[in-house]
Design a binder for this molecule. Sequence first.
Ligand SMILES: Nc1nc2c(ncn2[C@@H]2O[C@H](COP(=O)(O)OP(=O)(O)OP(=O)(O)O)[C@@H](O)[C@H]2O)c(=O)[nH]1
Ligand SMILES: [Mg+2]
Length: 374
Amino acid sequence: MKAAPYEVPRPPRWENAVLVGHAGREKEHLERSMEELALLADTAGGRVVGSLVQRRGTIHPAHFIGKGKLEELKALCEEKEAELLIFDDDLSPAQVRNLETATKRKVIDRSELILDIFARRARTRESRLQVELAQLEYTLPRLMGMWKHLERQAGGIGTRGPGETQLETDRRLVRDRIAKLKESLRAVERERETQRNRRRREYRAALVGYTNAGKSTLFNALTKSDVFVENRLFATLDSTTRQMVSRERETVLMTDTVGFIRKLPHHLVASFHSTLVEAIEADTLLHVTDASDPDFRRQILAVDHVLDQILKEPRPPRLMVFNKCDRIDDETATALRAEYEGCFVVSARTGEGLDALRAELYRRSHERKLPVAG
Ligand SMILES: Nc1nc2c(ncn2[C@@H]2O[C@H](COP(=O)(O)OP(=O)(O)OP(=O)(O)O)[C@@H](O)[C@H]2O)c(=O)[nH]1
Ligand SMILES: [Mg+2]
């Protein structure tokens, strides 16, 4: 692939980062969301040196946080020698500009951080194309914002200054590049389509779930493969498919997919379509959840939210799989079984519960082959 004619502005390799959150409408979840942001920052190679949250008041249109908090933030940046500010919520282009001017620090938001992690992790041509597309879609409205700002500065007469022309060019380059990327991705999708048609006769199951839930570990355990596993976020970006075969020669095609997260930038969801198609078209979705995470209920909701965006009707049936049961006690496991009827409580690490899950998949695969009565 040729290099992009327009370089996506990327944050430099940062060191010291301060995290900033605003309770906004979701007061009770701020703590967890900030913990997750710290994990994301760590995954991206940053060092979190401090954090600041605003618990009361509305979101300030110009600076996102209130005046008092902004002063506190400036002092914190000095004290901790921070180079980068990471906001837990999406900022408007104007807010980024205002905050950068006020703090003299680089400012990014959660979406940009996630995009950066995806960019670092993308290995295959397909995932690179997808990430670049999402990054450019994210950048485009921000370029527009920048341009409007310059236009205002230039005033009414003679606004066709060199600044504007440059930005017009940038916008056009970005748009052209977006069109090219979409075309390349369509070609990749066509290739995959042919591959899928060949597989259509087989029973297909896909692992979906929150990032770090243990999907790849489970995939490896079920299919005896060695897909990359890591205790960090977004270890997997590409779909991998392998066949499981039972002693009775029953087969299931299993696919491992990219993980989801709260506030996943919608550009990423859209541009990962060719990767996610594997999951969308499965006969069964295995929704994998980390049962040992105190926040697992909200993670289930976040995954459902992303699935709502990508699934078409009729939806594939879904099996709930609670993983990492080696880290929960028996009572919790019993309570889960009662709450989520028909769920599987397993440990991809120890192998507990996997036989039952395999048996269920082979049973479904077998059932589908039976001629429909009537
Ligand atoms: N204790 C325990 N740890 C597990 C289990 N399954 C996975 N893990 C650990 O959880 C971490 C994440 O596992 P992955 O398999 O990479 O998770 P994933 O869902 O594929 O994550 P992404 O690809 O980032 O979305 C790793 O450190 C695994 O070793 C389990 O059953 N028990
Ligand atoms: Mg994975």
